[in-house]
Design a protein around this ligand. Structure first.
Ligand SMILES: CC(C)(COP(=O)(O)OP(=O)(O)OC[C@H]1O[C@@H](n2cnc3c(N)ncnc32)[C@H](O)[C@@H]1OP(=O)(O)O)[C@@H](O)C(=O)NCCC(=O)NCCS
Length: 178
């Protein structure tokens, strides 16, 4: 298997046709999507995968599909992507993650995210990587802290203005040491 990034237990790769159904299942899970405006339909998930693949073509990186090395089971995504929504800290490359429930509590998100951050700073030579989570998304904020990101501020996310329960959001940043 061709991985862009490999860790002790995980492989981060491009998206495949066979990811659509398991990814749609996790994006339709209310618990996985608790900190997002809504769960996604099959079409919305398929479109999302198309966008992730296009982002890889355009920028050379994306939110990668993540699978376990031992069973090759698809467990969700982790990766980096260009964010261009309006704010005083964008455009910026962000790091993000979403795993299916059965893959939580194993340290997989932190393991994949740490490797992405190293890849972004050492291979892609990015000077700054941001991460954003909604105010109450403690598991996601924990990942940010565990991979060494620094809290910057709370802010009103322009894409979540219609969802007051999800705002304010928290901004974290990582600047590799030179
Ligand atoms: C955010 C998310 C990826 C975090 O997943 P997670 O499994 O909690 O995160 P980690 O990979 O860091 O795992 C941490 C847990 O694994 C446990 N763990 C078990 N084995 C481990 C190991 N070998 N190494 C490290 N941690 C391990 C840790 O003790 C920790 O448990 P704790 O949180 O109870 O202390 C997950 O909650 C998710 O997909 N949420 C829905 C989507 C979402 O909100 N995405 C973020 C949007 S901003």
């Amino acid at each position: 298997m061709n991985y862009f990034i490999q860790t002790e237990r995980l492989g981060l790769r491009n998206w495949e046709e066979s990811d659509i159904i398991p990814f749609a299942k996790m994006c339709a899970d209310k618990i996985v999507m608790e900190h997002f405006p809504a769960v996604l339909s099959l079409k919305e998930t398929t479109d999302l995968i198309t966008r992730f693949k296009k982002h890889l073509q355009d920028y050379g990186y994306t939110y990668y599909a993540v699978e376990t090395l031992n069973t090759h089971e698809f467990i969700g995504f982790t990766g980096i992507a260009m964010q261009t929504w309006e704010s005083d800290f964008t455009p910026a490359v962000d790091i993000g993650w979403r795993l299916k429930q059965s893959a939580w509590g194993k340290g997989y998100a932190t393991e994949a995210a740490k490797a992405c951050l190293t890849y972004a700073s050492e291979i892609l030579k990015l000077e700054e990587i941001i991460s954003v989570c909604t105010f109450h998304n403690i598991p996601s904020e924990n990942v940010m802290q565990k991979i060494g990101m620094q809290f910057v501020k709370e802010f009103e996310h322009p894409k979540l203005i219609e969802y007051p329960k999800l705002n304010p959001c928290k901004l974290y940043i990582f600047r590799p040491k030179k």
